[in-house]
Design a protein around this ligand. Structure first.
Ligand code: SF4
Length: 373
């Protein structure tokens, strides 16, 4: 993939690669996957303008569109769910009164610049902040320092004395933008962790760039991992479940890797029981367990995706009876104080808009909801 030439202007880089780099110094994309489609072609397909306002919004979060995902786009008007996920909106640069800095409270939990420790038995390794495609609702927008392989290996070394560590989660960004050999090196390094039971890789590659998932890649990952691998895919809408998606899922499953799914509840994309039932039912039918439905995080510039707790609960409850109980994921809120995911059904309503999460060990968190929608 093309890297950003430090001597090339931003405009020339965009024309050459179809990528906008969000104002970052590091290359937008340095690894594996399909080339980016030029922005003008994407705009024409979606029927949207590529104007100065849109470009300004793209500086908040990089823009990149791999061909397999673009093939799913159509000119469906402003309410089209994939357009909402994909195309920057002018509101992204507006003041956002309901936004929370560090919306899931991760910053204080970094034991290393690329390692998040929310739980004693798990470690989240941020192996890249690059993605095949950038979802406009992403809660990790704003990360600008791309880790080097040596820094990732250093983060793994820092875990060596932890006998209680059972699981390492490779996240980012999307780990599958890394070249196969780099992923293999990271996995091999985990062999030094004494009581590790499994490794989980979080990726949207099967959705955004399914050809990235090959038998060769899966074989290398399995051969390199010292413990059983799991993969958590992230989907948002039934239209994302393309033939390529199912093929990628079968390739992973064919290698013996179990699949989970995570979905963010997003206004105007999937905030109705029929859409979610279709999505989760189809995933479950393909042997992919719907695992979490995430309440949307309060990231600056994403107000158009938010729903209230009350509305989210009503949507989640309405799934009962529509699809098998085993296909219904747990609806969770990642608390802004960094205490982790909490089942929304267990939140206690203190008063209008204020909720209490009782952690059951003497600790409690409070959450102020947005006012409406
Ligand atoms: S693939 Fe994940 S990390 Fe990348 S932009 Fe989408 S939500 Fe964010």
């Amino acid at each position: 993939m093309p890297n950003r030439d430090p001597h090339e202007t931003r405009e020339a880089h965009e024309a050459r690669t179809g990528e906008i780099d969000g104002g970052m110094a590091a290359p937008t994309h340095r690894g594996a996957g399909s080339p980016a489609v030029p922005l003008a072609e994407v705009a024409a397909r979606l029927g949207v303008p590529l104007d100065a306002t849109t470009r300004a919004a793209m500086r908040r979060l990089p823009a990149r569109f791999p061909r397999p995902y673009v093939e799913l786009f159509r000119d469906g008007g402003p309410a089209d769910p994939l357009r909402r996920i994909a195309w920057p909106d002018p509101e992204e640069t507006d003041f956002d009164a309901d936004a929370i800095d560090d919306p899931v409270g991760e910053q204080p939990l970094k034991s290393h610049p690329f390692l998040i420790r929310k739980y004693r038995d798990r470690a989240l390794l941020l192996v890249t902040h690059r993605c095949h495609f950038y979802c406009r609702f992403c809660f990790r927008a704003g990360q600008t320092v791309e880790p080097r392989l040596g820094e990732i290996l250093d983060a793994i070394r820092s875990l060596r004395g932890e006998t209680g560590l059972r699981e390492v989660i490779l996240s980012g960004g999307d780990p599958l933008v890394l070249p196969d050999e780099e992923l293999a090196q990271i996995l091999r390094a985990l062999d030094a962790l004494p009581n590790l039971r499994n490794v989980r890789i979080h990726t949207r590659a099967p959705v955004h760039d399914p050809p990235r998932v090959t038998d060769r890649l899966v074989g290398r990952l399995i051969a390199a991992s010292p413990v059983p691998l799991w993969v958590a895919v992230h989907t948002s809408h039934p239209r994302e479940l393309s033939e390529g998606f199912f093929r990628a899922a079968r390739t992973l499953q064919g290698g013996g890797i179990p699949l989970l799914n995570q979905t963010v509840l997003l206004r105007g994309v999937n905030d109705d029981p029929a859409t979610l039932a279709e999505l989760f039912g189809a995933l479950f039918g393909a042997g992919i367990k719907p695992y979490y439905l995430h309440h949307p995080d309060r990231v600056a510039g994403t107000a158009r995706f938010r729903v209230t707790i009350e509305r989210g609960l009503a949507i989640h409850r309405a799934l009962r009876g529509r699809i098998s109980g085993a296909a219904i994921p747990e609806y969770v809120l990642d608390l802004p104080d960094g205490s982790g995911k909490f089942p929304v059904e267990r939140l206690e309503r203190v008063r209008d808009g204020l909720y209490r999460a009782d952690h059951g060990d003497g600790r409690a968190s409070h959450y102020f909801d947005i006012k409406s929608v």
